[in-house]
Design a protein around this ligand. Structure first.
Ligand SMILES: NC(=O)c1ccc[n+]([C@@H]2O[C@H](COP(=O)([O-])OP(=O)(O)OC[C@H]3O[C@@H](n4cnc5c(N)ncnc54)[C@H](O)[C@@H]3O)[C@@H](O)[C@H]2O)c1
Length: 266
């Protein structure tokens, strides 16, 4: 693997699990010093131990992204430890399953606080450090629901639409300081969040099979496949790319059909 992130410092929210954890490992493997910012202490500590044992550089930082003070403290301790901040990956997210008329006001606010306001806070507190760099990178994790609706998850779908809009706004407003801001929009990806969502259905395995039948590649994405796109957007391999999104969904959004094609190989 190329060492293309040597000397770079990356702060990753939601870094303790799923896509964020795969991103933390990949960025560390390609030379970055990594801060895993999350609310899951045990998972976060285990992950950074694994990265450091493999020769990488990582620390865990307890940080609820819905709190401006906690994001500020986490980013300041990143710079205190590693001397700079070059890459921010906003991966922290939650999903709330239910119909809108059953939502409590707090359900809505909690989800928006994490999935959307968290990005506002990271930009706010990363800005003074980004200003010192020639180039900086922000990658936000949206979803296929940044582009289309999904049933029974109205706040989540709204939040992911907002992630794409916010990505575009940040790209426009901060291009002048050398920041490129992009969005990676995963499809069905096999992570603890997906499993938690499936477990709200009567037959989780059958639900997964049904969903995957809708994916032309006929499988769920793996966290590492999303992480590789995040890496691409976190370095000069993607020079010139800003204010846009890359969908990693096995073809889901390209399809109007409901069944995958027959295998045409002999
Ligand atoms: N798994 C999928 O199918 C899928 C599809 C599209 C988009 N996504 C998005 O990918 C991102 C990562 O999801 P995942 O599937 O890896 O889920 P995950 O549950 O495995 O990981 C999410 C991480 O975010 C952390 N987190 C939650 N609230 C937080 C908070 N307030 N502050 C800091 N960290 C917090 C969790 O502790 C967890 O470590 C999310 O933004 C999610 O919406 C996932």
């Amino acid at each position: 693997m190329r060492n293309q992130l040597a000397g770079q410092v990356a702060w990753i929210s939601g870094g303790a699990s799923g896509i964020g954890a795969a991103t933390a490992e990949l960025l560390a493997n390609t030379g970055a010093s990594v801060v895993v910012a999350d609310v899951r202490d045990k998972d976060g500590e285990q992950l950074v131990n694994r990265i450091n044992s493999a020769g990488g550089k990582a620390i865990y930082s307890l940080c609820n992204v819905a709190s401006s003070d906690q994001v500020s403290n986490s980013i300041e301790s990143t710079v205190a430890k590693f001397g700079a901040l070059n890459i921010v990956v906003n991966c922290a997210g939650i999903v709330h399953v239910g119909l809108l008329h059953d939502y409590a006001s707090d359900d809505w606010d909690q989800l928006m606080g994490i999935n959307v306001k968290g990005i506002f806070f990271t930009l706010k507190h990363a800005f003074p450090h980004f200003q010192k760099n020639d180039r900086s990178y922000m990658v936000n994790v949206g979803s296929i629901s940044s582009h289309v609706g999904q049933r029974s998850t109205p706040a989540y779908t709204t939040s992911k639409g907002a992630v794409l809009s916010l990505t575009q706004s940040i790209a426009l407003d901060y291009a002048a300081i050398g920041l490129r801001c992009n969005c990676v929009n995963p499809g069905i990806t096999d992570t603890p969040m997906l499993r938690q969502h499936l477990n709200t259905t009567p037959n989780p395995d059958e639900t997964l099979q049904q969903r995957v039948r809708r994916v032309p590649m006929n499988r769920a994405m793996q966290p590492d496949e999303i992480a590789r796109t995040i890496l691409y957007l976190s370095c000069e391999d993607s020079a010139g790319v800003t204010g846009t999104s890359i969908v990693v969904d096995g073809g889901y959004l390209a399809a109007a059909e409901w069944d995958t094609a027959d295998d045409l190989r002999d």
